[in-house]
Design a protein. Structure first.
Length: 78
């Protein structure tokens, strides 16, 4: 069985780089995901982003941030 963490790293790195128009939203997802509201998504849709693109970028930044925190925890513990 493949290493699930390596698989997550591969998925996160395989997503296309986000456009600068998504930067504020992705920062919010990364730093305080609990504060994301429907209006955030609606604004991205109004800017021309598809639901698929929003979903992919959201998942990629969430995975990347989770892995960053995992790596940092490993540094502190190890």
């Amino acid at each position: 069985m493949a290493d699930p963490i390596a698989s997550l790293r591969s998925v996160a790195s395989g997503i296309a780089a986000p456009s600068s128009e998504m930067a504020g939203y992705l920062e919010k997802v990364r730093d305080c995901a609990y504060a994301v509201v429907d209006r955030d998504i609606e604004e991205l849709k109004e800017a021309g982003f598809s639901e698929d693109a929003i979903f992919e970028q959201t998942v990629a930044v969430a995975i990347a941030e989770g892995l960053r925190r995992l790596d940092r925890a490993g540094e502190v513990i190890g």
